[in-house]
Design a protein around this ligand. Structure first.
Ligand code: SF4
Length: 380
């Protein structure tokens, strides 16, 4: 069950308060120049960083922004980054699809992926001529770890006549073996497209069993799937939603489609992180809860000060490995560069290109809520 938190920032920005700060340990001081450069940025994170903590953070922010200019680098900041990274040093912000498009389009020499490893791989696949850095190589993902390229080759042997769609939350090896990728913004569009293109009544969608079940409920297409799950979203339950509604009458419940289907059944609205952000920005509900990663609520809350956010806090331990400190370190040292064998990259790019060639949607697709959960057949 999710840990329910009533109010206040869901996910504190980690800052040492005793001893040397991370900035001081790197020889970065909060001097007049840094103060002048960063004072205007503080209001962006004032709900999450106290005035006492700011002198420990501001020198890192100033140094990172200076290094980016000097090295022609950009930082791609996923919605699940803590607000200090998301608002203060991120050049492009969004979900994995938005960041992948930015990676392909940027003319920067260096991309620092403030996200997890599969996202950095996606950037490298789309922008092979650029140096792609991940600040901490341990920033993994339970979905990406659940399946390998060898697994997909076995699936293809077993089901040679069905198209295989992979959620982008997987390694380059897995993308290389699949026919097309999808994101939570366009999964239903991709599944309907390949079913038509292959003239198939059945589509294989890996590795997220919950996304697959939620897509099956939208499309009516027979989907076979894989027993992977996001360790953050699978913790939410229908019981959590009922408890939230009892504790906060009138609250609007928004859920990410990596949540189990019974959560979407109870929610008011469901969609990708982009769809959830757009919903809040457009509807301005008086009281809302986002059933997704903790920092997402913090970042959407910062952009919608009139909305009261109830925060069930499920942190992604992998996303939280990325910090201002290790972003600074990787910009200084050039560590850790993401590389992919060219033969794998080219095939993985074909799967991404197949998705990116689909008509761009005016807005991310939302998922129907209130649907009866479906059980799906597994490919293993
Ligand atoms: S939130 Fe879930 S899907 Fe996203 S990186 Fe973390 S474990 Fe993976």
């Amino acid at each position: 069950m999710a840990r329910l938190i009533d109010a206040g920032p869901g996910c504190p920005t980690p800052t040492p308060l005793r001893g040397k700060s991370a900035a001081e340990a790197r020889g970065l001081a909060y001097d007049d120049a840094v103060k002048a450069e960063t004072d205007a940025l503080y209001p962006l994170v004032a709900d999450f960083v106290t005035p006492m903590e700011w002198p420990a953070i501001a020198p890192l922010v100033a140094a990172i922004n200076k290094l980016k200019r000097a090295k022609n680098a950009v930082i791609l900041a996923h919605n699940y980054m803590t607000p200090d990274i998301f608002s203060l040093v991120g050049d492009f912000r969004g979900d994995s699809l938005q960041l992948a498009r930015e990676a392909a389009a940027t003319d920067a020499d260096i991309i620092v992926q403030a996200g997890v490893h599969f996202m950095a791989e996606t950037s490298k696949i789309l922008a092979p001529e650029k140096t792609v850095l991940i600040p901490d190589t341990r920033a993994g993902c339970s979905l990406a770890a659940s399946i390998t390229g060898a697994d997909v080759r076995l699936i293809k042997q077993k089901f040679p006549n069905y198209p295989i769609v992979t959620y982008v939350n997987c390694t380059a090896d897995v993308k290389a073996e699949c026919h097309i990728t999808c994101t939570s913004s366009n999964a239903a569009q991709v599944v309907e497209h390949v079913a038509k293109e292959w003239n198939s009544d059945t589509v294989i969608l890996v590795p997220d069993q919950y996304l697959a079940k939620n897509v099956a409920a939208q499309t009516g297409i027979r989907i076979l799937t894989w027993p992977g799950a996001c360790e953050v979203h699978e913790q939410f339950s229908a019981e959590d939603v009922k408890q939230l509604r009892e504790a906060h009458p009138g609250v609007i419940v928004l859920a990410h489609p990596e949540c189990p289907p019974d959560v979407l059944q109870e929610a008011d609205f469901a969609g990708s992180t982009s769809a959830l952000s757009t919903y809040v920005a457009e509807k301005q509900p008086s009281k809302v809860v986002l059933l997704t990663e903790c920092s997402m609520s913090d970042n959407v809350a910062a952009e919608n000060p009139a909305v009261n956010f109830i925060r069930p806090c499920n942190l992604c331990p992998h996303m939280k490995r990325i910090t201002l400190e290790n972003i600074y370190d990787c910009l200084v040292s050039g560590k850790h560069e993401v590389t992919i064998p060219e033969e794998v990259r080219v095939r993985a790019k074909a799967a991404l290109d197949a998705m990116l060639a689909l008509p761009k949607m005016a807005r991310p697709l939302s998922f129907k809520t209130g649907q009866v959960p479906l059980e799906l057949e597994m490919v293993i």
